[in-house]
Ligand binder design. Structure first.
Ligand code: ZN
Length: 143
């Protein structure tokens, strides 16, 4: 984390301390996906509610390191209200960005862009990815 831009680090720590959309819903209709990252102890469950081709709600729960928990919080804020196609494009680009692959810079990742610096830390890439991978899984499951 030492080399991450200070502002970015602050945003990540703020989401870690005050996670948005945390806690699973008891209501029916949510699609759930669970991913673990054994190398770091991250354990994340993501729940998505789809309606009319949009992401109506997205929730997360679990535990993990600051990068993992903060990325889950930012992910839910980023995808809620998007169409499924937009959300999938965002997730695809985000996952490419953090794993140092070629991505489409014209796609606005919004607050999720703060995790760009993670791609300099290979051990943290999985941490920053699993919440988004779980979200993508919920999209695949609802089809
Ligand atoms: Zn982690």
């Amino acid at each position: 984390m030492a080399d991450l831009d200070n502002l970015y680090r602050q945003i990540i720590m703020e989401h870690y301390k005050n996670p948005r959309n945390k806690g699973l819903s008891e209501q029916p209709g949510y699609v759930t996906a669970h991913i673990k990252n054994p190398s770091c102890g991250d354990d994340i469950t993501v729940q998505t509610l789809f309606a009319d081709g949009t992401v109506k709600d997205c929730r997360h729960d679990g535990h993990g390191c600051s990068i993992c928990c903060a990325s889950a919080s930012v992910m839910t804020e980023t995808v809620i209200g998007k169409t499924v196609a937009e959300a999938l494009l965002l997730a695809d680009n985000y996952l490419k960005l953090v794993s140092n692959k070629e991505y489409d810079a014209s796609v606005d990742l919004e607050e999720a862009a703060v995790f760009a610096g993670v791609n300099q830390f290979p051990a943290r890439v999985k941490c920053a990815s699993i919440a988004w991978q779980a979200f993508v899984r919920t999209i695949e499951e609802q089809k």
